[in-house]
Design a protein around this ligand. Structure first.
Ligand SMILES: NC(=O)c1ccc[n+]([C@@H]2O[C@H](COP(=O)([O-])OP(=O)(O)OC[C@H]3O[C@@H](n4cnc5c(N)ncnc54)[C@H](O)[C@@H]3O)[C@@H](O)[C@H]2O)c1
Length: 457
């Protein structure tokens, strides 16, 4: 078993700076490398800021902070990496760049050093073959923010030495992380499932189906997620999101779920990259927009909707313009569905009535699954397809989404609690509306429902 004493991190942006902190917290000496002085200073400021905040919150003593920061050496270029036992590369998600960096690491690092990439979607195999030691190259995919998220996906290629994988597993344990070892497939487990969902969320906003704030509120309150998808994209970085989607689309069989929404591409071109540039879907410093006050005195008839569009039910009445769909999730959220005929006054009345009942109303268009189920069910379907392809187990997939993305439950736990038959019928309705192969219900789900079984029992 390899002894790790000193490690290197190349690229100190959103991920690299956090990974430096993870290593230094675990008592390892860290050589932190950047491309030039200004970027190095940003990386240093990131580490100081993060550890100072930990001290202010009482999570780290000032002495431990000083010892932690003292274990990190900041260098421009890669010459300082000659003696490290392992390097994690965290430069931007471009294959040519990563191959160049790994070529250089081959020359600089000692032959026994393990070279690891934090890539989210690129082929670790293609990166590995640009080095002098493909058998000592692995993916070590940390999640954002690295000091907080417990998961590390350990990506082994067909040539990775099993001893290197074992060392990577042991290192994850030392870092207080949970390592899940998987093969080299675009997006690995967590991103392959996460990004289809994030992309679909962007499309919904792009098409005016639901507003930005309503969409994020729906997934927090109705989907039980720690943050809405647009807030999460801002945190990840829209440029990173776009690169990951483009790579998964190309490498993953051109699945329509990974064909990047044009809005995402436009925002990246415009430099709206999320938190790191101060503006993405949100402008940072901006407080959440309050919902508009509803006009008083208007009225609406409510119908509770199933997976079908509301307009059918509305047309069975003598005043379809006063009909909205209302779908209540637990005691928190109400999706208010406006049809092509619903009047503004009817929507306003429905919104006001939900608010009076202590529900947060989100207004959306008249489509199958509305916001929450339309986003959740295809994500669950993707998880079943991943299981069906024998890429990962039920436990690994559930673990990956909980520990990598902070989801309260994994997709199979969620599927079982909603009921596979309910999810299947929702998926069939969605697929009728958008008959794309990527949205077809997974055969394994169909079979499970026929057999009356669940995934985890
Ligand atoms: N952002 C996320 O949420 C996230 C999560 C997991 C994995 N990743 C992956 O981590 C990697 C880095 O992403 P990020 O979001 O931290 O990017 P980023 O743009 O925030 O940071 C990249 C850093 O690399 C530096 N860099 C560029 N060329 C370099 C070189 N030749 N030598 C040294 N440094 C160099 C840049 O100056 C920059 O500071 C990508 O592969 C990404 O897919 C990102």
């Amino acid at each position: 078993m390899a002894e790790f004493t000193a490690v290197g991190v190349v690229g100190l942006g959103t991920m690299g700076a956090g990974i430096v902190e993870v290593f230094a917290r675990a008592g390892l000496r860290v050589v932190a490398s950047e491309i030039d002085e200004p970027a190095l200073e940003r990386g240093r400021a990131h580490l100081t800021g993060s550890t100072d905040r930990a001290v202010a919150r009482g999570k780290l003593s000032p002495d431990d902070r000083d010892a932690l920061v003292g274990r990190v050496t900041f260098v421009v270029g890669m010459a300082g990496l000659a003696d490290v036992d392992l390097v994690v590369e965290a430069v931007p998600e471009r294959l040519d760049l990563k191959r160049r960096v790994f070529g250089e690491l081959s020359k600089v690092c000692k032959p026994s050093a393990i070279l690891a990439s934090n890539t989210s979607s690129l082929s670790v195999t293609e990166i590995a073959v640009s080095t002098d030691r493909p058998d000592r190259v692995v993916g070590l995919h940390f999640f954002n923010p690295a000091p907080v998220m417990k998961l590390v996906e350990i990506v082994r290629t067909v040539v990775t030495d099993p001893a290197v994988v074992a060392d990577a597993q042991a290192l994850c344990g030392r870092l207080g992380k949970v390592g899940v070892t998987i093969g080299d497939r675009a997006g690995f487990v967590a991103n392959a499932l996460l990004f289809g969902y994030l992309n679909q969320a962007v499309s919904m906003v792009e098409h005016g189906f639901v507003s930005r704030d309503d969409l994020d509120a729906a997934m927090r309150l109705g989907g039980g997620l720690p943050m809405g998808p647009l807030t999460l994209l801002d945190l990840i970085g829209l440029d990173v999101g776009l690169e990951v989607l483009d790579t998964m689309y190309e490498r993953g069989g051109r699945n329509v779920r990974h064909a990047a929404a044009p809005l995402l591409r436009q925002m990246v071109t415009a430099g709206l990259l999320g938190r790191k540039t101060g503006r993405g879907f949100y402008t940072y410093g901006e407080s959440a927009a309050a919902p508009d006050a509803a006009p008083v005195g208007s009225s609406a008839d409510f119908v509770t909707v199933t997976d079908e569009p509301v307009i059918g039910a509305a047309m069975a009445t003598d005043r379809p313009s006063e009909v909205v769909g209302l779908f209540v999730h637990g005691d928190k959220l109400a999706e208010v569905v406006r049809t092509v005929l619903t009047s503004d006054a009817a929507v306003a009345a429905a919104v006001a009535s939900c608010t009076e009942r202590g529900l947060v109303p989100v207004v959306c268009g008249d489509r199958s699954g509305r916001v929450v189920n339309a986003l959740l069910f295809p994500y669950l379907n993707d998880a079943v397809k991943m299981l069906e392809a024998s890429y990962a187990t039920v436990d690994d997939i559930d673990h990956a989404m909980k520990l990598g993305c902070g989801y309260p439950v994994g997709p199979f736990e969620l599927l079982d609690s909603i009921g596979p038959e309910t999810v299947l019928s929702g998926l069939r309705a969605l697929h009728r509306e958008t008959p794309e192969p990527g949205l077809a219900p997974a055969p394994l789900l169909e079979q499970l429902v026929t057999a009356g079984r669940r995934f985890r029992t």
